[in-house]
Design a protein around this ligand. Sequence first.
Ligand code: SF4
Length: 649
Amino acid sequence: MASPRYLTKSRFKLAAECPTKLFYTGKEDVYRNTKQEDSFLAMLADGGYQVGELAKCLFPNGIEVDAIGHDAALARTNELLQQDKVIIFEAAIAFEDLFVRIDVLVKDGNQFELIEVKAKSYNSTNPEIVGARGDLLSGMRAYLEDVAFQAHVLRSALPTAQVKTYLMMPDKSVKVNVDGLNQLFKIERAGKRSKVITSPKAKDAQFNHDILAKVCVDDYVAMVMSGGVLYMDLKDKLPTLARQWSEAYRLDQKIQPLPGKHCANCEFQSKPGDGMLSGFHECWMDKFGFSEADFAQGTVLDIWNYRGKSKLINDGRVRLRSVREDDIKPHGDGLTLSVSERQWMQINGIPAKEDKGGFWIAESHMQKEMDSWTYPYHFIDFETSTVAIPFYAGMHPYEPIAFQFSHHVMQQDGSVAHADEFLMTAPDAFPNFVFVRALREALSKDEGTIFMWSAHENTILTRIARQLQETANPPDDASDLIGFIESVTKGGKRAMYDLFKLSKDAYFHVDTRGSNSIKKVLPAVLTSSAWLKQHYSQPVYGGKGAMTSRNYQDFVWWQQGQDGKPLEPYALLANYGADLLGEPLQAMEDPDDLVIAEGGAAATAYARLQFEDMKPETRDKINAALLRYCELDTLAMVMIVQGWRDFTR
Ligand code: SF4
């Protein structure tokens, strides 16, 4: 029998982003869904399952509804609700076509506490829920609407119940008082299902319960019920929307699309050649009569960092070519590329006399910056994670964890070495102080310029300096490490140089669509530079020549694709990783989880290594994939600098 098409809390949340998405969701064989991910991995990455399990420890008498399927879960919940006093985890409640699983439902006679547990950082000393004008802050609204939806279903199903509503979230202002709290819950995966393995120590753990703040949200839920649910730029009463959306979902009817700037992040977008339907294309064809040629020429959604998209869409000007110069008002200093000049270049193209072959470069500014650099050049990149529940006593929730760096060095003669790498993923091990010590060792052999791409590295080092100052048990060399951090971060005598900023100020390529992400800039530079093509078409990387590597051998990074352009190096990395895995994989290994070709996957991999019970061989494969990925991130910086040098020679 087909399972009922209920409007669940996740579908309610999806509809609040855009109600048309209800039609595309759950049809993964037909419509591409870029957010279709393993929910297990997503929970691992954001700390959701850790927080959920820790919350259960606060209710030792709680009973979990672990029945599979809607009907069985509803029946079990009803059975438990016959008791006068009961605490239920994952209580299943339905009303008409609405169905929710409540994280924690506390029943005492006719009094109910509905508790939604969220891996969302919260600061009880400075709770940010409403803004200065008394309206719900955008960062909290979705959570409060979620609770309001659950409360609506519960009150509708049990009309006489007195319901109080709560959010339970890790409190960043509280320090944990025991070591190893985040290692109490491991997870074991078996195919699509997973099982939490709770350490026998969990029931005796004397941890500070304030680490999870239980925040009464009755007033905010009342605001949602009276003021309505915000969806796109519209608002309507929650019961009205719940009825409309649940009916459309039950009947599998598409709610007419109202495309707007929210479409920029729509997950229902196919890629050319993937054989899937694209919800995004359907919506824009329906509403704006778009053709394939229109999509190829671009939409106003593509304009980089532009705030006027809604106005243009409301005016019916949705094609990139319909944007006029006075919409953008490009202006700058004549030396570097301002944001508005970059936007206008993206729309109107590069002026013919400044076009170097699909790209623009501020040669004098680039040259001046390069003249300020000192050899040998050091290129560094970090992989980091934030874990909801801290490793050690004295730490706050959501401390950043720096578990990996890569370091390339370029000498004045052009030789390049992958000089150092650091990776610390063992469970129980807090890497940050060892990480900084290894980084200091790697960078302290000379006074060459240190390069990063964006300010992330600066932010992480600054946070680690604070951890060194605040920890109850600082290492003996804490003051040396802090001194090193101060010297290489903003304001320091050897402050890291941000190549992202240089790219933003001085480089534009039509293929980047205005973006300065390293993953967009690298293929663009590889496409334009004759020197890079000639050099990296040979197996020069990781051989006996002038480029040493720790994770690649005789690798060819410039490989021509069908369109004559080079294949994207991050795609090559994914293919290389998949090839290296070989056969046979261990049982339960998913090749997609063992190939890491983007930063989000690296943080997820770190979470798996911390909290998943896995075979040593799988652990080794993930570590190897992390090393290859991080090495490419610093090699990408090397290649971009080599390309820019080629352009300014
Ligand atoms: S393309 Fe826009 S209108 Fe269509 S489903 Fe996505 S967000 Fe909604």
